[in-house]
Design a binder for this molecule. Structure first.
Ligand code: DOR
Ligand code: ZN
Length: 384
């Protein structure tokens, strides 16, 4: 019997929400994204957070340096292919040949920078953002909402002048949409945020570009769908593939814990429906968020799922599961660029419908490994 490998060729995608970290962690994770995506919106929640254009310029230089260091050699802490099972390189791939000059290869990745909004970011910083050409959004983390968000906004009223300037200049506000009030049930924090923060914000700044990031609820989908064209949303692969049972399947599963936390199945279905709808308000943002194994498997484990090792393949799975592979390209490669006013990519990637084993863990930091989504299992698609 002859079996034909199914292939899927699409315009190279972009990731409109990504955590790259810094230093050795950056060097370890960046090749996974750069192999698949042409560009990524890079989150600013470093320690200390990236709050000025000058800091974003320096961070961008570190990313570019890590890219060129990674072009011809794996990072020093990266094992070679063929070592023991728990020591495989990312994606279980063979080491790539030198990538210098390869169109669309690691060396061609472009980081799109963001700033971290604080109570006292001056409006003048937005003028610098606009002039920079490399900062593409301002991130709103409600103070204390998630990883490294302590310096986040305590009250949006304090940011009125800055938000007004963003509205004038068309600089997008990228929103972590959860209230932080511990009295609000964790599964309701997105819906309450929409009612108590986002709706009033858009009443005050009706033309402000707002991206509701990593939408996890039907409420979030409906809010974006029913708002003006200035409002869009990103969807992660893990929120499309998993519901909240995945956090508790047979025991507590820290590697499926992220924020906003996974929600019930009916919400997951609403996210999938939006992703495959062809509505250009919804586009790809992995929210791939690496944390060392020791900080995830802990009494108080960090929030974040690492998905960059299969950053487009996992979406292909989610779209295929509902017979909508034909909708993947718009979602992954067109709508985000259109929203941000950037050109669409012109080169292409090909995915093969072949199971790809995911290693139990990946090289990360000296003395700490990284456990990716699907660790020890497989993903149904692989990058050609
Ligand atoms: O799960 C998450 N991890 N959610 C976030 O908002 C932040 C991210 C991180 O930086 O680890
Ligand atoms: Zn994030």
């Amino acid at each position: 019997m002859q079996t034909l490998t199914q292939t899927l060729t699409i315009t190279r995608p972009d990731d409109w929400h990504l955590h790259l970290r810094d230093g050795a962690a950056l060097a370890a994770v960046l090749p996974d994204t750069a192999r698949r995506f042409a560009r990524a919106i890079v989150m600013p929640n470093l320690k200390p957070p990236v709050t000025t254009v000058a800091m974003a310029a320096a961070y961008r230089e570190r990313i570019i340096a890590a890219l060129s260091a990674g072009m011809n050699a794996p990072p020093p802490d990266r094992p070679k292919a063929g070592q023991a099972n728990n020591m495989e390189p990312h994606s279980g791939e063979q080491p790539s040949p030198p990538r210098e000059g390869r169109p669309g290869g690691v060396g061609h990745f472009t980081p799109l920078m963001t700033l971290y909004l604080t109570d006292n970011m001056p409006a003048a910083e937005i003028d610098a953002v606009k002039a920079s050409g490399f900062v593409h959004g301002i991130k709103l983390y409600p103070a204390g909402a998630t990883t490294n968000s302590d310096a986040g906004v305590s009250d949006l009223k304090k940011c009125a002048a800055t938000l007004a300037r963003m509205e004038q200049l068309g600089v997008p506000l990228l929103v972590h949409g959860e209230v932080t009030d511990p009295a609000v049930d964790i599964f309701d924090r997105e819906a309450v945020f929409i009612d108590t923060v986002l709706m009033p914000l858009l009443r005050d700044f009706p033309a402000l570009k707002v991206v509701l990031e990593h939408i996890t609820t039907r409420d979030g989908i409906e809010f974006v769908r029913d708002s003006g064209v200035n409002v869009a949303g990103t969807l992660t692969a893990h929120h499309l593939l998993l519901n909240r049972n995945a956090i508790f399947a047979g025991g507590i599963r820290p590697h499926n814990y992220c924020l906003p936390v996974l929600k019930r199945e009916s919400h997951r279905q609403a996210l999938v429906a939006a992703a495959i709808s062809g509505n250009p308000k919804f586009f790809l943002g992995t929210d791939s968020a690496p944390h060392g194994q020791s900080t995830k498997e802990a009494a108080c484990g960090c929030a974040g799922c690492y998905t960059a090792h299969a950053g487009i393949e996992l979406y292909a799975e989610a779209f295929e599961a509902v017979g909508a592979l034909d909708k993947l390209e718009g979602f992954a490669s067109f709508y985000g660029a259109d929203y941000y006013g950037l050109p669409r990519n012109t080169d292409r990637i090909t995915l093969l419908r072949e199971a790809a084993a995911v290693p139990a863990s990946l090289a990360y930091l000296d003395g700490d490994r990284l456990v990716p989504l699907r660790a020890g299992e497989s993903v149904a698609w692989r990058l050609a």
